[in-house]
Design a protein around this ligand. Structure first.
Ligand SMILES: *Cc1c(COP(=O)(O)O)cnc(C)c1O
Length: 423
């Protein structure tokens, strides 16, 4: 049987041990969702937990902090423990708190100490804008000039980064390094182990933004000796819009004072002593700031169960199978329509693919009109994320067929080549 047919996709789906999980999600009606790397879908388990937590507020009021099935006071720690296997950290090293950007601010304000010759922050020119804004502002807080003190490693092709060039940029004037695990446009997975080792050899603190890898790619942060990492939970972890982020701090740093302190960073037995001298938690919990967003943590209680049941190795395996099948369908069907492939073709690709086309904005609009939900990234990128937990091989096959029809029949020309407000 040819490997790019609907028949073959159906066989792959029949053999897929993840198939029952698709039923656990609310798939948008009559749509093929390919945007789980921007906003993951709602699962029934996440919904149930959210309603349970709303109910604790209804029935317990203030006592919800310490009573009920999920006492609110301990939820950030408990969810942190449960996210630890996803990033390869010890339970004590992971906490659910803040957002990607606020956790980055917390880490930089804790670890960035420009001293003597070591004054620079090292990032890359393909980094996510919010991360760059945070780094620039942290440099300004130190009274320094971001133009001079933020180094952005160049990309040769505008899509990927070369680890060798990043390591060359780890010079004696660098105080701190912040890099993505998976690049948000091209989906390249950086070699975090090698980069961390190089940073350690040069005595530089290194942290990673795991927003695009957590829940999609396995990590071994503790084993690699990464100093810190942070991530959001509304992409591959399906925690819902604005769900609470995650933070990893290597246990080597426990006891280091948080740059941005607040009472929820306290030792939990001391917090309500209400002293003006803070007794900080002795683990990653010390880097929390204020009251946890309980209703935005709740969906994770349900969503994480599925990651626990399946394990990251199997999730990664299915994800690679899906993207590999998609690449082979693209290769087979779209050859004549001048698409470029922006993601790495080997296993250094993450959970999504990047198709490039000069008409990308209106091709995305045409896809949406035909029931496929992609995500446009200016100027010319169409991101497609077939997600292990809820996308099927048939979804992948259909997506490429619809795309082919849009190109064959010039359907995209009915739309203007502009982006929408969000994607
Ligand atoms: C999604 C994402 C963010 C978003 O940050 P928020 O604080 O959650 O808004 C930041 N950085 C990267 C790399 C992302 O992928």
């Amino acid at each position: 049987m040819s490997s790019n047919t609907l028949e073959f996709a159906k066989v792959l789906d029949q053999q897929d041990s993840f198939a029952p999980y698709r039923e656990e999600f609310y798939l948008p009606l009559e749509k093929i969702y390919m945007d789980g790397n921007s906003l993951g879908l709602l699962s029934k388990r996440a919904e149930t937990k959210l309603f349970e937590l709303v109910d604790t507020w209804k029935t317990l009021a203030i006592d919800g902090w310490t009573e009920g099935m999920h006492p609110w006071y301990y939820m950030a720690e408990q969810i942190g423990d449960r996210m630890a296997p996803l990033v390869g950290g010890k339970k004590s090293e992971v906490i659910a708190t803040g957002s990607t950007t606020t956790n980055l601010h917390q880490m930089v304000s804790t670890f960035y100490r420009p001293l003597g010759k070591r004054t620079k922050l090292l990032a890359d020119e393909l980094n996510f804008p919010s991360d760059i804004y945070a780094l620039q502002s942290q440099i300004r807080v130190q009274g320094l000039d971001p133009e001079e003190h933020l180094i952005r490693v160049k990309s040769e092709d505008g899509l990927t980064l070369d680890e060798k060039r990043i390591i060359e940029a780890m010079t004696e004037d660098v105080a701190l390094i912040v890099l993505p695990s998976v690049l948000y446009r091209s989906g390249q997975v950086l070699d975090m182990k090698t980069l961390t080792q190089a940073a350690k050899e040069r005595d530089i603190i290194i942290g990673f933004d795991l927003s695009h890898s957590v829940g999609s790619v396995p990590h071994a942060l503790h084993e690699w000796d990464v100093d810190f990492a942070f991530w959001c939970t509304y992409k591959h972890l399906n925690g819902g819009p604005g769900s609470v982020g995650g933070l990893f701090v290597n246990e080597r740093h426990f006891g280091k004072k948080a740059g941005l302190a607040g009472w929820f960073g306290s030792d939990k037995t001391k917090q309500f002593d209400m002293n003006h001298t803070m007794t900080a938690a002795t683990d990653a919990g010390a880097y929390q700031i204020g009251t946890p967003h309980i209703l935005s943590l709740a969906p994770l209680l349900g969503s994480l169960e599925m990651f626990e049941e399946l394990g990251m190795e199997r999730i990664r395996e299915k994800s690679l199978k899906l993207t590999s099948f998609m690449l082979s369908c693209i290769d087979n069907e779209l050859g004549e329509y001048s698409f470029g492939i922006g993601n790495p073709l080997d296993d250094s690709r993450g959970g999504h693919l990047l198709l490039q086309h000069k008409e990308a904005a209106r091709i995305c609009q045409a896809l949406k009109a035909q029931g496929v939900v992609p995500d446009f990234r200016a100027p010319d990128g169409i991101r497609l994320a077939p997600v292990a937990l809820y996308n099927s091989f048939e979804d992948v096959w259909q997506t490429v067929q619809i795309l082919k029809k849009i190109m064959q029949e010039d359907v995209y020309k009915q739309f203007s080549n502009e982006r929408g407000v969000v994607a």
